[in-house]
Every structure is written in C-alpha cells, then in structure tokens.
Write a protein that binds this ligand. Structure first.
Ligand code: ZN
Length: 322
C-alpha cells in the first residue's frame, strides 16, 4: 500500500511540474509591448511578445509556416514602431515588396498596440535555409522596405530602403540607420509548434540617441552579441521585461510603459462598400448585370462581406447622385 501511495505522489508531482512548465512557456501570457529607457535616456528600448497576434494572422490568412514567420516578424516590428508614435490617429505602415514567391506583405499599426497585416501570397513552400530555419529571406527575395508614417499631415511620410537581407530585422535596422540616422538593434522571431501553429513570437528594438558615449555602445554591442534568439528566450518563459533586463539591467533600465497588443482590423461593411464604389460605376453595373450576390474579403483580416444585387443597385444609385 505504501508503495502505491509513493507512486501516486510521484504521479501527482509530475502533473504539477507539467502544468508549471506549460504555464512557464507563456501559453497564458497575453501579448504586450513594453517601452523603456536606459543610461539616462541615451538608450530607448522596446520589446514585445506577440504569440496571439501572429497566431490570429496565421489563422485568418491560412499562411504556410515560412509566411507565418515573415508576417509575424513584420507584425511585431510594426506594433513596436507604431507604439513610438504620439497621436491616437497616427498610423504606421510597413510594406515589403520582393521578387520571391511570397512577393511581400503589408502591416499597419497604431500607437495603442493594434496591428493588422496580410501577405501578398499566403502559401509558400520552400526548403529550409542552410541553418535549417524557415527561409524568410528566400520567400521574400530581393526588394524594397517602405515605412509609411501617416501622422495627420497632408501627405504621409514615406521612407524607403532596399532589402539588405530579407530577414526583416536586419532590414529594419538598416532603415533606421539610413532613413532616420538612428543606430538600432532589431531582433524579431516566430517559433512554430510541430502542428505549425505559433509557439512563441516577439521582438525587441534598441535605439541609441545622439551623443551616446562610445563605452556605452561597446558595452551594449557586447551584450547583443551574446544574447539568445528572441524566441528561445520567450519559449523559456521570459517576458519582454526580462529580455530588456538581460540586455540593459546594469545600464539603469527604466520600464516606462506597458501596452496591450492585438491583431485588430477596423474593417466594416460600410468601409468595404466605399472601396467597392471607388472601383467605379461601370464595374458596379457589371456586377449588377451578373445578377449574383458578391463576396468581398477584407485584405487585412480576410473577413468576408456579402452584397446582394439589390444592395449593389442601391450603391450604384448613391454613387450616381454624388
Ligand atoms: Zn478587416
């Protein structure tokens, strides 16, 4: 009897460890962005965990693993870069156009952690790269990264750089160096489960402000050279705060803000209707002549909107009166 009780205890303990392990890998950790400063404001830092956001993008667009990784990296970067903006109405768009099979992707974020995005081609099947990893650079190919800041001016500000690697983090680093003259270190990662859902995702952006002393730069470079990949840290259960502490804890790190992050699309039937009208009256008339209801899907979230022939006729009438 004693023996079986002993076994029972071991069994219970294993269950406990299993649960603790599951909790620790962060499956319950909600997505968020942290904003921090270090070295008396000489360093600006952002970090995020974005598993649910990337998983929602994967599920909405039915992306294959390499596209999930590429889109996930871009969503994480977009959300962090969006959080650097000041006004509620400001929008930041990252657009990648490449000659690879994925062709590119678009991500739009606001300053409150709302981010949405879509790939130009959701299903790409290519072999792993020479490191045995999902070949994001191969899927994207040679091309251009555009950073479009819409901050309520007449024209949005557009910065463009050639892709230097196609792995996205390096490309954003290069963008900051050339277009904004801000030395940065960007790390982005998406780790898939065996079932090709998202296990963990996230990233960080560390930026040096002007007049940063050389010794501080050397110290930071040393830390960056030895830090583990972002997804390794997140998979172990480290939070974005832990990641920043790992990098900046002896440089007077101050965590200033924590913002919830989510995949959020603001599409409505009304907005889709406006887009349909903008296609042109002739095209609208052709749809009506087909005498079949139509389905229009939102690019960003893939939600389907249906319009009856009667609704199309009403739209055409309104368009004609305008
Ligand atoms: Zn949508």
């Amino acid at each position: 009897a004693q023996e079986s009780r002993g076994l029972g205890d071991v069994y219970k303990r294993q269950i406990f460890i299993l649960h603790a392990g599951e909790w620790k890998v962060g499956s319950k950790m909600k997505d968020y962005i942290v904003k921090a400063t270090a070295a008396q404001g000489m360093i600006r830092a952002f970090a995020c965990t974005s598993k649910d956001t990337v998983e929602k993008a994967r599920a909405s667009h039915g992306t294959s693993p390499v596209v999930t990784a590429a889109l996930g990296r871009l969503l994480s970067a977009g959300a962090m870069m969006g959080s650097m903006m000041k006004d509620e109405k400001d929008l930041l768009t990252l657009k990648i156009q490449g000659n690879g099979p994925m062709q590119g992707a678009v991500v739009t974020a606001d300053c409150n952690g709302n981010v949405k995005g879509y790939p130009f081609e959701p299903v790409v099947m290519i072999p792993a790269n020479d490191k045995g990893k999902l070949d994001v650079a191969g899927a994207i190919g040679i091309g251009i990264l555009s950073v479009i800041s819409d901050i309520g001016l007449k024209e949005p500000y557009v910065g463009q750089v050639e892709l230097i690697s196609g792995e996205i983090a390096e490309d954003i680093t290069y963008y900051y160096a050339t277009s904004e003259q801000t030395p940065s270190s960007v790390s982005l990662g998406v780790l898939m489960t065996k079932e090709n859902t998202v296990d963990s995702a996230g990233g960080f952006i560390i930026q040096l402000m002007p007049h940063c002393p050389e010794e501080l730069i050397v110290k930071l470079e040393e830390k960056l050279a030895h830090i583990e990949p972002m997804t390794t840290m997140l998979h172990k259960g480290m939070t974005p705060e832990d990641v920043l502490r790992e990098l900046l804890n002896d440089m007077d790190l101050e965590i200033n803000e924590k913002i919830d992050m989510q995949f959020h699309c603001n599409c409505t039937k009304e907005r889709v209707e406006k887009a349909l009208i903008s296609v042109g009256r002739k095209e609208l008339q052709e749809m009506i002549d087909d005498k079949k209801p139509i389905e229009v899907k939102c690019h960003f979230c893939n939600k389907a909107y249906h319009f009856s022939v009667h609704e199309l006729e009403e739209m055409l009438e309104r368009a004609s009166n305008e």
